[in-house]
Design a protein around this ligand. Structure first.
Ligand code: FAD
Length: 477
């Protein structure tokens, strides 16, 4: 008697570039005896943004993705498998592979935001034409939607209410193990090459900047190493609540964001490690605060699920566009280039331009300044962040911009940041500003924050007319 041919499943990797705690991978191995892992570099993500024509994926994120995919391939090889790599449109490339391999299913971890949903819907429709299906799994959130005590359409719109309704009653599930072996037979299927980094970055391969807070090496092992370093080696987790608003250095915050955004690390894995630390070392406000921030991340994902495309629109989930902002390119350019004449804003914008990263405190300030002081359409800032951020995540980025613009789901939220008092509070000695604005080195201590108030003769003496800039709008703080 001949045995039945192996049943084949195509495992489509997306923003889940890891083997550990990967539900689609775990289920694929259960489902079929031949697993074909595939990653498609979606050509559209390396073109321009739709609305404002920025590079869709800036060079820091491109490099991070490139490194993460390369490592995923190596890790799959160490489990007896490999990674099929393609360049093009996933809905066409995956379809072709499924057709060629006569697979039974394509599986992936489901995405929930506009562009990602369009791609998965298109693939699904293509697969139907050859009698195949796309099966979805979960890999993004700390709390599974099915475990929440409310249906998505009725989920609370205010973070505090959301948090209170879940944290005492819903358990975070344990992370899934890394599979020991992945059964794969590729037959004649072309394996495909990793595209060059030149191609991904349009020839703009970024240099490492030694002023950067963290260099963000891509990949699952770098992610696990960072987790180990932040939690166990430096034990920075024990002081996170105190340090999280700082601006300089490796360990004031976790730097998990890029790993979470590309899925090199799962939020459940971080949660599990923090719980172990709490049991073995100490449990305090700071260890709790890491879980709290991961809940913010989940909250924005849930809001993206609930309000769908509205998070990207001028009026946001509230459906109320701001009447006092406009698409002012001159003001936007000054902001984007770090040339507003407000040192605290400019330093933060220089940091994101030079590294793809900015602290959470910095992001809040520059966003508030753009919208509330410069009165520029918040979508210009959000799309610029989308382009540049190494940790860009549609739900977190647009959710935070919605919140700061006051068009988000929270009916009360409309925050204004007084930039000078923020600068004095979080960069009291001016070290952060001087770190990114070398032209202001002459100004010691916190005085650096108010160079715009200095008399003309001081500007001339320090050559500020040549090296720095008068404020775009005179602040009244
Ligand atoms: P930590 O302080 O160590 O926080 C740990 C983790 O908690 C983060 O990695 C992140 O996953 C989560 N987290 C913390 N704060 C937030 C928050 N406000 N919203 C959602 N999740 C949070 N984060 C992104 O991951 N991608 C984005 O595209 C993004 N865009 C933002 C845009 C604006 C305007 C603002 C104000 C915030 C944005 N954030 C975004 C949230 C936050 O600034 C970053 O997650 C954080 O600075 C990353 O550094 P970290 O990993 O060291 O953070």
């Amino acid at each position: 008697m001949t045995s039945a041919p192996p049943r084949t499943v195509i495992l489509w990797f997306r923003q889940d570039l890891r083997l550990q705690d990967n539900e689609a991978l775990t289920e694929a191995i259960q489902l079929c005896d031949n697993v074909i892992p595939v990653y498609v570099f979606d050509e559209r993500l390396f073109q321009r943004t739709d609305r404002y024509d920025f590079p869709k994926t800036g060079s820091y994120r491109s490099r991070f993705i490139w490194e993460s995919v390369a490592e995923l391939k190596t890790n799959l090889q160490s489990k007896g498998s490999d990674l099929i790599i393609r360049w093009g449109k996933p809905e066409e490339e995956i379809f072709q592979i499924a057709n060629e391999m006569k697979s039974s299913w394509v599986v992936c971890n489901r995405e929930r935001t506009r562009e990602e949903v369009r791609v998965q819907d298109a693939l699904e429709e293509n697969l139907w034409t050859i009698g195949q299906e796309l099966r979805y799994y979960r890999g993004k959130m700390l709390y599974y939607t099915a475990d929440l005590p409310f249906p998505v359409p009725h989920s609370p719109d205010v973070f505090t209410q959301y948090r209170k309704e879940i944290e005492k009653v819903v358990d975070v599930r344990k992370p899934l193990d890394t599979p020991v072996q992945i059964p794969s037979q590729f037959k004649n299927l072309e394996i495909g090459q990793l595209p060059s980094l030149e191609k991904l970055t349009n020839g703009q391969i970024p240099n490492s900047d030694d002023r950067a807070a963290f260099d963000f090496p891509g990949g699952e092992s770098a992610a696990l190493q960072r987790l180990q370093e932040y939690v166990w080696e430096s034990q920075s987790i024990s002081t996170y609540k105190k340090t999280r608003n700082e601006l300089l250095g490796r360990n004031f915050s976790s730097k998990f964001s890029a790993y979470l955004a590309q899925g090199c690390l799962s939020p459940k894995k971080i949660y599990d490690e923090v719980e172990k630390y709490e049991q073995q070392v100490e449990k305090n406000n700071s260890t709790y605060w890491m879980k709290f921030e991961l809940m913010w991340r989940d909250f924005y994902r849930l809001m993206a699920k609930k309000y769908k495309d509205k998070i990207f629109l001028a009026g946001g989930p509230k459906e109320t566009p701001l009447s006092d902002t406009k698409e002012d390119w001159d003001r936007f350019q000054a902001w984007a280039q770090g040339k507003t004449g407000i040192p605290f804003i400019d330093a933060n914008m220089r940091e994101i331009n030079a590294t793809g990263y900015m602290s959470n405190r910095g992001r809040q300030n520059v966003a508030s300044y753009l919208i509330k002081d410069l009165q520029v359409d918040w979508r210009m800032g959000a799309e610029y962040f989308e382009s540049l951020l190494i940790d860009y995540d549609p739900a977190s980025n647009y959710g935070n911009w919605n919140y700061l613009a006051g068009v988000g789901s929270d009916p009360m939220e409309n925050r204004y940041f007084n930039i000078l008092s923020q600068a004095r509070r979080y960069d009291a000695n001016g070290d952060y500003v001087r770190h990114w604005l070398p032209e202001l080195q002459d100004f010691k201590g916190g005085d650096v924050h108010t160079v715009y108030d200095l008399p003309e003769k001081e500007w001339t003496k320090h050559q500020l007319h040549l090296n720095y800039t008068r404020p775009l709008i005179q602040p009244d703080w």
